[in-house]
Design a protein around this ligand. Structure first.
Ligand code: C5P
Length: 305
């Protein structure tokens, strides 16, 4: 990790929106140990932000509320998904005879790390999008999807960054054009959760798939439908990090219409009627737990371009 890239004056900017699993059912397990999922996913305005600029050598600099946390995490730096995405994409483009000159990448890390909202996966997807723009490159969609999946099961959906249903281990994506935009509060007790550990602790791996989503973008219909679904990873994650239970109770008491954990946790979300209600909830919750992460945001709508 170099600080040389910290002074990037201009460049290409890509947002890395937080990924929200509105529901997640674990429906099976593959022979290689990966779990089969059925998940309803959307993306928030809240997220990380990456900048890419031509430079004399490759570098990655970190800023933002959780930049120092990532810098201090050996997994975050040694195994960083941003540099992995850069290297895999470069390899593929070079095979096509394309030029991939050095790049200074600046990552503004606004999302808590290892938190179930795809921070690392969203950063990897944004790196693929940003470098394709910077290098003015073109790659067949199937090849890009394969690179995304090599980076992680959630990276293909983060590349899509629109409301979708994900099957397989997360890579089989169907857009959901009828999903409304939701106002939500993202909440995290700042306890990292190990995804493999949560999957290991599952008691059932043969849960039924999710029923058909509402065909229209009606918020009430969607909330009623989502309420009939679950996140199967929530029980094992709560057992590992009891603060998740506390957090869900706090969100419910603050007036949310639906409260659930995202991904393998520990981030939970509450859906609210409007921004005023979500903002009031954030102020109240921050008073209760001043060191936890709370953010009011809005998700993209299914018909967004
Ligand atoms: O693919 P990714 O690196 O995000 O996955 C992290 C870990 O989570 C995997 O090594 C695996 O243990 C678990 N996982 C799983 N089934 C999935 C996705 C992740 O078992 N569909």
């Amino acid at each position: 990790m170099s600080s040389a890239g910290a002074r990037i004056s201009a460049g290409i900017v890509e947002k890395a929106p937080a990924k929200i699993n509105l529901a997640l059912h674990v429906t099976g397990r593959r022979e290689d140990g990966y779990h089969l999922l059925d998940s309803i996913v959307t993306f928030a305005a809240a997220g990380d932000r990456l900048t890419f600029a031509a430079a004399s050598e490759d570098s990655l600099s970190l800023s933002g509320r959780f930049g120092p946390v990532l810098a201090a995490d050996p997994k975050g730096t040694g195994d960083n998904l941003v540099t992995k995405a850069r290297d895999l994409l470069r390899e593929a483009l070079r095979d096509h005879g394309l030029k991939t000159p050095p790049v200074a990448i600046a990552l503004e890390k606004n999302l808590p790390i290892a938190s179930g909202i795809g921070g690392g996966s969203a950063d990897a997807a944004a790196t693929l999008r940003g470098l394709i723009r910077l290098w003015n490159a073109d790659l067949p969609a199937s090849e890009l999807a394969a690179i995304a999946l090599r980076l992680g099961a959630d990276v293909p959906m983060c590349l899509a960054a629109q409301p979708l249903r994900a099957g397989g281990i997360g890579e089989a994506i169907t857009p959901l054009p009828a999903m409304p935009s939701f106002v939500m509060v993202l909440a995290n007790p700042l306890k990292a959760v190990s995804t493999p550990e949560v999957f290991r602790r599952l008691e059932r791996r043969d849960n039924p798939p999710i029923s058909s989503p509402p065909p229209v973008a009606d918020r009430e219909a969607w909330i009623a439908w989502l309420s009939s679904l679950r996140n199967d990873l929530e029980a094992p994650a709560r057992a590992l990090v009891p603060e998740i239970g506390t957090l869900c109770d706090m969100l419910a008491e603050s007036g949310a219409d639906l409260v659930r954990m995202s991904g393998s946790g520990a981030t939970c979300f509450g859906l609210y009627g409007d921004y005023a209600a979500a903002g009031a909830a954030v102020r109240h919750l921050s008073q209760q737990e001043p060191h936890w992460y709370f953010e009011a945001t809005r998700t993209v709508a299914g018909d967004s371009p």
